[in-house]
Write a protein that binds this ligand. Structure first.
Ligand SMILES: Nc1ncnc2c1ncn2[C@@H]1O[C@H](COP(=O)(O)OP(=O)(O)OP(=O)(O)O)[C@@H](O)[C@H]1O
Ligand SMILES: [Mg+2]
Length: 316
């Protein structure tokens, strides 16, 4: 089979998922991107990394983007003998910003671009389904592919259309994400291990109402964000593993930079009109503690250099 021989580049956004009550479902894309260029060449897989993960991530087919490309080539029934990847990574890894989803989505998009007709055989819905299968949950890969604010769900195996699905919604004017990036790493596998196998019915009912409300709050009624970001099925279980985050979220309004659990709603610092500023706070390390001590953040900056304070649009 003839593969595309010219280099292909994709830019994939950071994401924040498990938004408030929307465990494994609600997520947003952020304006901070990894860029990966793939070239079909030689008979080996080679990966160069600059930025986040440089010197740590593997340089061969074990690299997540490369491994995902190989899995995607397998689905498409066509694998080039070798390829090279050049990764420019800006998304902090293991900080709750969906770097693994971005890597997986990048791998799928690159592989399907290199195979003739690949994009026709693996459309947007197929990318989300395959990426969620590799990632294990759909809430980060959905906004990574669709952009903005998205709702993901999974149809059980054996059902028609089994696998992950997602829809994107337009967020209300003036709602903006603000991300606090922890200084310490926290791995998804560890965070998921802290969750119970089942939750009380009353807590499930509590979250059903809040998740529905969060959709309304983010798309048209930001004044509801405080109630809409309450959760009873995942945050408390994980709190002991991320005490700085828990303290920050639980702090009284006048001592927390958020003021509210999970999201910020505030009047504009400048300009007219009502504006809501929404912040996802999780896994905060010492850096976030400093922000907490310093009071309410005056700008929408994260604790690291990540300028993730804007929505990202969908991928082409
Ligand atoms: N750009 C990348 N290239 C290769 N591997 C990556 C890349 N980004 C993440 N990974 C792999 O994924 C791991 C981090 O995944 P993990 O799911 O724990 O955190 P995250 O995706 O950054 O945050 P979260 O899933 O909580 O939003 C890294 O340690 C690395 O093994
Ligand atoms: Mg991840």
């Amino acid at each position: 089979m003839a593969f595309l021989t010219s280099p292909v580049t994709v830019a994939v956004p950071a994401t924040s998922a498990n938004l408030g009550p929307g465990f494994d479902s609600l997520g947003v894309a952020l304006a901070l991107h990894d860029e990966v260029t793939a070239t079909v060449t030689g008979d080996q897989v080679r990966v160069g990394v600059s930025g986040q993960g440089a010197g740590e991530l593997p340089g061969d087919e074990r690299h997540l983007v490369a491994a995902t490309m190989l899995a995607t080539f397998g689905r498409l029934g066509a694998r080039p003998p070798g390829f090279e990847l050049a990764c420019v990574n800006r998304i902090p890894q293991a900080r709750g910003l969906g770097s693994s989803s971005a890597a997986i989505v990048a791998g799928i998009l690159l592989a399907r671009s290199l195979v003739p007709g690949g994009a026709d055989r693996l459309g947007q819905a197929g990318v989300i389904r395959l990426a969620a299968e590799i990632e294990g949950h759909p809430d980060n890969v959905a906004p990574c592919v669709l952009g903005g604010f998205s709702i993901a769900w999974t149809a059980a195996a054996g059902q028609a259309g089994d696998g992950a699905h997602a829809v994107a919604l337009d967020s209300a004017a003036g709602v903006m994400p603000v991300v606090f990036v922890p200084a310490q790493r926290g791995y998804t596998a560890h965070a998921r291990a802290a969750l119970p196998a089942s939750v009380p019915l009353a807590d499930a009912a509590f979250n059903v109402a809040r998740a529905a409300l969060l959709v309304r709050a983010l798309t048209g009624a930001p004044e509801l964000l405080l109630a809409a970001t309450e959760d009873r099925i995942h945050q408390d279980y994980r709190a002991p593993a991320m005490p700085d985050t828990a303290r920050l979220v639980a702090a009284p309004g006048d001592r927390s930079p958020a003021g509210l659990p999970g999201w910020l709603v505030r009047p504009p610092a400048t300009g007219g009109g009502r504006r809501a500023c929404a912040a996802r706070i999780r896994r905060c390390g010492p850096g976030c503690g400093e922000i907490a001590a310093g009071g309410y953040p005056s700008t929408s900056q994260s604790a690291s250099s990540a300028p993730a304070n804007a929505w990202s649009g969908g991928l082409p």
